[in-house]
Design a protein around this ligand. Structure first.
Ligand code: LIP
Length: 267
């Protein structure tokens, strides 16, 4: 039995409490697909309810932490505190809305601008991915290591694609996909950046890249990949992969190749 560090326990307890309502609401969503209006408002309510629970539980446990949370209307964290929680109460919203069980609660702890711990919880698969700086990455009690593949043609990658209302530039993304797709075994678009990064840490994906995200989508997954022995670079040279949400995350073997291919696709 792996002993989780105190900060991870705080995140785990808050995520488990928020997950109860999300799992119940997810069960309802499947029955709402038939309504013409669809479950968009219902899911938005579920998202906000989960965020309220997370804010309460994390705030009680660490009252001196600030917050950066997705559903705060993108309000920047103005607490000026040296430590803060970075939270996406429901990453993979569109999957949730369509009854696809690929969504997660994502919580990261940041200290002086550095991500020091993270947790990504998919309550449907009961997979709690967690990591703390210097202590490794885990899925429940299982230690995580990135894959060992070095031949790009054997690699399975993930990314995010533009959609109606997306901030992504379709031409840029299609250039990236076009540059990569014939060099690898496959590309998946799973719809949750947090779980995509967790899957890189678990060795299920050999790499993932995406840009124009929210910091809350990737902050926790960032440390999962780092603590599982993975490598992370910005999609655009000179940017910060987390703060500028422009991220390439891979195992050790293909990092330089994928960075080169993706950056050259933009020229
Ligand atoms: C989603 C990300 C996904 C991205 C979607 C969306 P949300 O986050 O996890 O990787 O492609 O556009 O941003 O909105 O479900 O929290």
């Amino acid at each position: 039995m792996v002993m989780r560090p105190p900060l991870v326990n705080v995140m785990a307890k808050a995520a488990e409490k928020a997950a109860k309502g999300l799992v119940r609401d997810f069960g309802e969503v499947e029955h709402l697909q038939i309504s013409r209006k669809g479950p968009a408002d219902f899911v938005s309510t579920a998202d906000f309810k989960a965020q309220a629970i997370l804010r309460e539980e994390l705030g009680k446990a660490r009252p001196n932490f600030g917050f950066l949370m997705e559903e705060d209307d993108n309000a920047p964290d103005t607490s000026g505190k040296s430590e803060r929680w970075i939270v996406d109460p429901l990453d993979g919203t569109t999957n949730f809305l369509h009854g696809l069980p690929q969504w997660a609660i994502s919580i990261a702890a940041e200290r002086e601008g550095e991500i020091i711990a993270g947790l990504v919880f998919n309550p449907i698969s009961n997979e709690m991915f967690w990591a703390e700086k210097g202590l490794g990455a885990y899925s429940n009690n299982q230690r995580l290591r990135v894959s060992a593949r070095i031949d790009m043609s054997e690699c399975l990658l993930a990314t995010g694609l533009p959609f109606k209302g997306s901030r992504k530039n379709p031409l840029d993304v299609m250039k990236e996909v076009n540059a990569v797709t014939t060099r690898v075994a496959g590309i998946r678009r799973m719809g949750s950046a947090a779980l995509d990064l967790a899957f890189v840490a678990a060795g299920r994906f050999d790499g993932y890249w995406e840009s124009q995200l929210g910091v809350w989508d990737i902050a926790a997954g960032y440390i999962l990949v780092k603590e599982a022995g993975g490598f992370i670079s910005p999609l655009v040279a000179g940017k910060d992969p987390v703060k500028d949400t422009s991220i390439i995350a891979t195992n050790a073997g293909i990092h330089d190749q994928l960075v080169k291919i993706l950056r050259e696709s933009k020229k």
